[in-house]
Design a protein around this ligand. Structure first.
Ligand code: ADP
Ligand code: MG
Length: 236
């Protein structure tokens, strides 16, 4: 049985301050819940990629992270693992509403994130929803307030914020912006600004992209609190 115990949570939290990315070689060395560890190992994820190794510890500690790493470097797990752990450590339950929102520039990428979440979140008890348009708006409307983790495209998320009285973003504690550079390339900047206005300011923000663009940094500066830069080299 993998029931959430207060003891496990306390033991994990006690290890958060000692995480040293330099000495980490396997996921098992991160203080992660048994539920996450088991799913990772079943999915044959044993060794974190560089962006995962360098960002997961900071994200677990609750810091804002601004990560840049090329396509294929494993950014999805770099944010999905901390999202799952945040909700688990805070004993989030299905009735607690939306705890994390992940924004992705395209439906296809959002769908891929959703598939990865199903794989590594399978032993957790959270509900997740894919809010990407092209599907039944009414169905999304009635269901999305019951989701703990939402994976959304920007336009569709804003549409719900504007039109859906059931949707409440104020419970959200973790915001992920994936492919932030592409979101901006694709002209979503205004949409994103409007979305961000609806979020509680004291959230944790994890922002990942493939490039180190100034526009992304500018966006980050507006919204991140003392972020940890990962993959920005010295050009920061
Ligand atoms: P990115 O978002 O940076 O483009 P993805 O998160 O989509 O990269 O990951 C790229 C591929 O690498 C995926 O097929 C994923 O399953 C695989 N992958 C990610 N992390 C690991 C890991 N730690 N070990 C093995 N494979 C991994
Ligand atoms: Mg990606």
């Amino acid at each position: 049985k993998l029931a959430a115990t207060e003891t496990e949570i306390q033991e994990l939290r006690a290890k958060y301050n000692e995480i040293d990315p330099e000495t980490i070689k396997t996921f098992a060395q991160f203080p992660l819940s048994q539920k996450t560890q088991k799913a990772l190992s079943e999915a044959k994820y044993t060794t974190p990629t560089e962006v995962q190794r360098l960002s997961i510890g900071h994200a677990l500690q609750g810091k804002d992270v601004l990560g840049a790493a090329i396509t294929g470097s494993g950014k999805t797990l770099a944010f999905l693992i901390p999202v799952l752990e945040h909700l688990y450590m805070n004993k989030w339950s299905r009735t607690d509403g939306v705890g994390a929102i992940i924004i992705s520039p395209t439906r296809e990428l959002a769908y891929q994130i959703f598939e990865t979440l199903k794989k590594i979140g399978k032993y957790h008890d959270f509900s997740a929803g894919l809010i990407i348009g092209g599907k039944n708006l009414k169905f999304e409307r009635t269901r999305m307030d019951q989701c703990n983790i939402l994976i959304c495209t920007p336009g569709r998320l804003l549409q719900h914020m504007d039109e859906n009285p059931l949707f409440n973003a104020t419970t959200m504690e973790v915001l992920v912006l994936d492919e932030a550079d592409r979101c901006l390339d694709m002209g979503f900047q205004k949409t994103l600004n409007s979305i961000i206005e609806n979020f509680p300011p004291d959230r944790q923000t994890l922002l990942f992209s493939a490039t180190q663009t100034n526009t992304v940094e500018d966006l980050a500066r507006l919204n991140l609190k003392d972020p940890v830069y990962v993959g920005y080299g010295t050009a920061k």
